[in-house]
Each structure stands twice: as structure tokens, then as C-alpha cells.
Design a protein around this ligand. Structure first.
Ligand SMILES: Cc1cc2nc3c(=O)[nH]c(=O)nc-3n(C[C@H](O)[C@H](O)[C@H](O)COP(=O)(O)OP(=O)(O)OC[C@H]3O[C@@H](n4cnc5c(N)ncnc54)[C@H](O)[C@@H]3O)c2cc1C
Length: 267
């Protein structure tokens, strides 16, 4: 490393350079992904940057009709390569699909591995086991004799969610509590615990909290964060192929890698 050539052909002579240009989400902050191109020109491999920590899109009408409805505590699950990824927390229905902390976090698992379309399963009442929920529904029916099923369920779930839920369970909106069979209760339990939404993709990468992918970690010395390809070149932050869930971990990656690479470069 002998220096940096600027766009205007100016040269900054130096023996160490630290590349910390971030990912490619939130372009208005200046993180446009041009650092990946610089690293590529210097011979580094770039794992394809993709949106991570990002809301999800669906074409399902009932989801969009629920826009603005927030569920405080749900469990979302998605099958990736024969395994289930799972997150629990708040979920928000929007005009384009699903958002909220539980969705944003599960998108991180999809970022590297997912092929769309895919199915996401939502457990609307994760604090109840299937058995407990069955008991709870029977108690609810007992308490609401003579009422419509959809009105009886409104005590358990947000009212706007009940009609699409009944439809998914294959139950008539006009069904009365007294007409509900054991089979109907079983269908309701299965639908509440495994509400399925077909996901068609991510929101654009510019809206992501972070980008996954970046400089291949195999090409970076983990003790100093110096390039294994070019002596005197260091990396820090989101430009490296490391990312995490929400909770401050991504900032911590930036802080810690910035400290290590800076201290190593200054030695
Ligand atoms: C809306 C939002 C909320 C977030 N909330 C959280 C959170 O709560 N917790 C958490 O852990 N993480 C959060 N993150 C992620 C976190 O901010 C990033 O992971 C972290 O900032 C990455 O740090 P970085 O220094 O690698 O890159 P950046 O912070 O992106 O900084 C890169 C800098 O390089 C500059 N740059 C880029 N290209 C060039 C160039 N060619 N020449 C000169 N300068 C250039 C950019 O202008 C920018 O200033 C959030 C991100 C967003 C977008």
C-alpha cells in the first residue's frame, strides 16, 4: 500500500488505508455500496449484498386489508433448507405486507438463503399450547352462547383479524357459537397457531436496516482486520460480510471492528 488515488486524480500518499464505507441500505447517508466496488478492484471477493433486517412483501389481499393492525406478541416461523427459523415479538400488517420487529428479525435468516415465494407461519397466541388454546376456545364458546363465532373470538384476538381467520379455517362468517363442532374448534386452533402468509420478496435494499454480504471474511485477518491480499489495507463495519439481528449488535460490529482495524493500522 503506497496511497490512494482520488477521483480528481489527486493522490494521498500513505502506508495504511482503512475501508469503512458501510453497506448499501439508506443510500442518502452516503452508503451506496461503492466500497464493495473498490474492494473488488483490489482483488477481494464480494459475497452478494442483499437486504437484511427488512420488511416482507406479500400479494395476499387480506394482509393488506389489515394494514395498521399491530400484534404485540406473535411467533413467526419459516422453513429454510429443512430447518425452522423462528422469531417472537411484535408484528405489523402494512399496505405492502408484514413488518415489525419479529418480521424484521426473521428477514435476516432469509437474506442469505431464501428463494421467493415462500411461506411464513404465524402463531398468533404463542403463550398458549395447542391444548391450552383448545381449552380456552371451549371456555370462550361456553361464555358466548347464542352469539356469532366471529364476535365470540373478538375477545381473544383483534376484531379485524377474525374474519380472515375464519375464512382461512374454512368456517362460515355467520356460524353461531352453538353450531361450532369439535372439528371446527380444531380447525381454529390450527389456524391460530399456524396462520400462513405467502411472502413474495423483500422491500427494496435501500429500506433495509443493514445489508448482508460484503467482503468475504476468509480474505481478512481476524486478529487485525487487515486484508490477506493487500498489505496495509484494513476493513471495518458493514462492508465486511458480517451481520446480526436487531438489538444494537450491528452497531457493535461497527464499533468493535472499527476499533480493532484502527488500532491495528496505527501500529
Ligand atoms: C435506519 C437505520 C436504523 C438502524 N438502527 C440500528 C440499531 O438500532 N442498532 C444497530 O445495531 N444497528 C442499527 N442500524 C445499522 C447500523 O447503523 C449499521 O450497521 C452501522 O452504522 C454500520 O456502520 P459502518 O460504519 O460500517 O457504515 P455506515 O454507518 O453506513 O458508515 C459508512 C460511511 O461511509 C461513507 N461513505 C460511503 N461511501 C463513501 C465514499 N466512496 N467516500 C467517502 N465516504 C463514503 C458514508 O457516507 C457513511 O458515512 C441501523 C441502520 C439504519 C439504516
Amino acid at each position: 500500500m503506497s496511497g490512494v488515488v482520488l477521483k480528481n486524480s489527486g493522490i494521498i500518499a500513505c502506508r495504511r488505508v482503512l475501508l469503512a464505507t458501510g453497506g448499501m441500505s439508506c443510500r442518502h447517508t452516503g452508503s451506496t455500496g461503492d466500497g464493495y466496488q473498490m474492494a473488488r478492484m483490489l482483488g477481494h471477493s464480494i459475497i452478494e449484498p442483499r437486504p437484511a433486517l427488512i420488511p416482507l412483501l406479500t400479494g395476499e389481499r387480506w394482509v393488506k386489508d389489515l394494514r395498521g393492525v399491530a400484534l404485540e406478541n406473535v411467533r413467526v416461523r419459516v422453513a429454510i433448507g429443512g430447518r425452522w427459523a423462528e422469531q417472537q415479538g411484535e408484528l405489523l400488517f402494512t399496505h405492502f405486507g408484514l413488518s415489525g420487529p419479529a418480521i424484521i428479525n426473521i428477514s435476516s435468516f432469509l437474506s442469505r438463503n431464501a428463494a421467493f415465494p415462500l411461506e411464513i407461519k404465524i402463531d398468533l397466541l404463542p403463550h398458549f399450547s395447542e391444548e391450552q388454546l383448545t381449552g380456552r376456545l371451549y371456555a370462550c364458546m361456553e361464555h358466548n352462547r347464542g352469539k356469532y363465532l366471529k364476535n365470540a373470538l373478538a375477545g381473544l384476538l383483534p376484531q379485524k383479524l377474525v374474519p380472515p381467520l375464519l375464512e382461512k379455517a374454512g368456517l362460515n362468517q355467520q356460524k353461531q357459537v352453538d353450531q361450532a363442532s369439535r372439528k371446527d374448534i380444531e380447525k381454529l386452533v390450527q389456524t391460530i397457531k399456524n396462520l400462513s402468509v405467502n411472502i413474495s420478496g423483500f422491500r427494496p435494499i435501500n429500506e433495509a436496516i443493514i445489508s448482508s454480504g460484503g467482503i468475504d471474511t476468509k480474505e481478512i485477518n481476524p486478529s487485525t482486520l487487515e486484508s490477506k491480499k493487500i498489505k496495509g489495507l484494513y476493513f471495518a463495519g458493514e462492508i465486511i460480510d458480517v451481520d446480526a439481528l436487531t438489538g444494537g449488535y450491528n452497531l457493535q460490529i461497527a464499533f468493535s471492528s472499527g476499533y480493532l482495524s484502527g488500532a491495528s493500522a496505527a501500529k
